[in-house]
Design a protein around this ligand. Structure first.
Ligand code: M6R
Length: 600
């Protein structure tokens, strides 16, 4: 969470910083600021709110060739101008932006900075104050920076500038993402390559606890003990047009529509010239070696993991447990003899998942990451990676990553079954192709879902989703989508569980959306629909061809029963989208959230 951009070059820096921050707003958007430096000194602009508000505040007449910027998702201290970054040291000499959480914030404040009156409530400010205190001691900024980094505990990505030096940005990271972008006569710092694609596609990775000196003409990486590090740059393979909305009103709608092509791309990427599954042989072997798969994920990725469990258990006969990352870290269950940990994460940066990865690596267990960002932390630190090939997902509400995750998990499940010599009648690549076409037909019928959203969600304060089996997993995702962008209180329940308590909440007119795509539970879920209807609920059944009834609100075309989540989630995404739109919510940037959750 929080986005950082830095620039040092020969051109004016304001636009690079503001444009970069706009690209990083998905990481947090409650306050923002930039600091630029020129011969007249440091120029600081901070606002509560979005980059658009910051743009209005920035003084356009100030020209500068270096600066740092930040867009914030609050952890320590409410969103406000005082708590917005950049933060400054007591004398104003040092200015910093930071992403992450400093865990020994109170110790440093009380033990080292007791004489200094802090201007903000943030953990960040203690870092910049500490740098000044140490610089007063050593009279050497690089040394003060190094000593500070050595003292910090927790997660951080930091960029620091010194008002007395127009040639250097000091950079370091631990657990939080940060890259250095390389240019001709300029260099950049960014939380994500997306922020600076207009300037460069060449980047240098920074490893945890390295100190990086960024100048206009060179970049120097050192270990904490001062030993220089040589590292080859890499080329970011992101198409700049992928991160534009184009003619769409919102990224979320664009990304819902991108789902069929993404599934087709996955088919291509995981298919060899004989139309068989093509998969990293080491991943295949890891699946063959394991006696139990532990899927670790958060939010939407956790919901994809629930579907993945069904696919891997039913197709490959390998036991699977699915765990919420933040719970697993603190309540580790008994682990089998030969576990394989599978981390599912769109961003590959989710701190809750990473803390599990660090822990299981200490225990010597193997890890596979399934992610949309192959160079991400979870990808780099796991033994193996499977790429989702979904293209950048910008809307906070995850859509195409969810369906891509399910598609890759289906391929993984079938590959494992085949490697085990099991004879399956299920051809995943062909079935995925059929699912992609059905998804396309659904995205072509947006008006129907817009209508349903009006009918069911226009006035309501709450809503229920019910399903059984595979549909239960999808309704959990459906309710998350609705609540996070429309702020309607929504829950997804197992249909059979309602009568054990939740049915007490049903009142006259309560919307209940039921999903029925699974033959073995079709009659049971319809029974549950009758039960809530008898108590006044306004029911809406979405079913699938072959299991449909005349009164159903929408009938999905047929797809293989194991792949129904790929298609049944599309109406759910569109219902949430239109509910939020009609309520005039900020669809792509819902309140209190951020796309990449890099704090625990
Ligand atoms: O990047 P990740 O997949 O690890 O993110 C996990 C969750 O934060 C994420 O899926 C979140 O629940 C979605 N933005 C909700 O739409």
């Amino acid at each position: 969470m929080c986005g950082i951009v830095g620039y040092i070059g020969n051109n004016d820096t304001k636009e690079v910083l503001l444009d970069g921050l706009e690209k990083l707003e998905y990481r947090g958007y409650d306050s923002a600021g930039i600091a630029t430096l020129n011969a007249d000194g440091l120029h600081l602009s901070k606002v509560k709110g979005r980059i658009a508000t910051l743009r209005e505040k920035v003084n356009n007449s100030v020209q500068s060739t270096m600066g740092i910027g930040h867009t914030r998702w609050a952890t320590h201290g409410a969103p406000s101008e005082e708590n917005a970054h950049p933060h400054q040291s007591a004398s104003g000499r040092f200015t910093i932006v930071h992403n992450g959480v400093i865990e020994n914030f109170y110790e440093i404040r009380d033990e080292v900075l007791s004489g200094i009156s802090l201007k903000s409530e943030t953990d960040t400010e203690i870092v910049v104050q500490l740098i000044e205190v140490l610089n007063n001691k050593y009279n050497n900024v690089a040394e003060a920076f190094r000593q500070t980094i050595a003292l910090l505990k927790g997660s951080y990505a930091i960029a620091l500038i010194d008002a007395q030096d127009q040639d250097t940005i000091y950079v370091a990271k631990n657990k939080s993402p940060l890259l250095v972008g390389l240019g001709d006569g300029f260099n950049l710092v960014a939380s994500d390559a997306m922020a600076t694609l207009k300037q460069t596609d060449r980047y240098l990775e920074i490893h945890d606890k390295e100190i990086v000196i960024v100048n206009r003409d060179y970049v120097e990486i050192q270990k904490l003990d001062g030993i220089a590090v040589e590292r080859e740059p890499f080329t970011a393979e992101i198409d700049a047009t992928d991160i534009e909305k184009g003619t769409y009103p919102h990224f979320m709608l664009k990304e819902i529509d991108e789902q069929p092509p993404v599934i087709r791309r996955i088919i291509q990427e995981y298919q060899d010239e004989n139309d068989n599954i093509k998969l990293d042989p080491e991943v295949r072997q890891a699946l063959l070696n394991t006696d139990r798969v532990y899927i670790i994920a958060a939010g939407t990725s956790y919901h994809a993991g629930l579907v993945g469990k069904q696919l891997i258990e039913k197709l490959a006969n390998v036991p699977v447990e699915v765990h919420i990352a933040s719970e697993f870290s603190y309540n580790m269950p008994l682990i089998s003899e030969k576990p394989l940990f599978v981390f599912i994460s769109q961003s590959g940066e989710t701190a809750d998942s990473r803390s599990v990865l660090v822990r299981i690596k200490e225990l010597g267990h193997p890890a596979l990451t399934i992610t949309n960002v192959p160079g991400s932390t979870l990808s780099r630190e796991a033994n193996y990676t499977l790429h989702l090939h979904a293209g950048p997902e910008i809307a906070v509400a995850s859509t195409k990553a969810y369906t891509a995750q399910i598609a890759v998990l289906a391929i993984l499940a079938v590959d494992t079954a085949q490697a085990k010599g099991m004879n399956l009648s299920f051809d995943p690549l062909q079935e995925l192709g059929i699912a992609a076409s059905v998804m396309e037909s659904l995205t072509d019928q947006k008006e129907e879902f817009e209508q349903l959203a009006k009918e069911y969600f226009q006035e309501t304060r709450n809503a229920f989703y019910i399903g059984r089996g595979m549909d239960y997993f999808v309704v959990q995702e459906a309710s998350l989508k609705l609540k996070e962008i429309s702020y309607i209180q929504a829950e997804g329940f197992a249909g059979g569980e309602l009568k054990h308590g939740t049915i007490a909440l049903i009142e006259e007119g309560t919307p209940v959306i039921a999903l029925s795509t699974q033959e073995n539970v079709n009659y049971s879920i319809r029974g549950n629909v009758q039960e809530v209807a008898a108590r006044g609920a306004k029911t809406c059944v979405i079913s699938i061809k072959g299991l449909d009834q005349e009164t159903d609100a929408f009938v999905l075309p047929h797809v293989h029963e194991l792949l129904t989540p790929l298609v049944s989630v599309v109406p759910m995404q569109l219902l949430a989208y239109y509910a939020a739109l009609h309520r005039e919510c900020d669809v792509d940037k819902p309140r209190n959230l951020a796309k990449s959750v890099t704090v625990e």
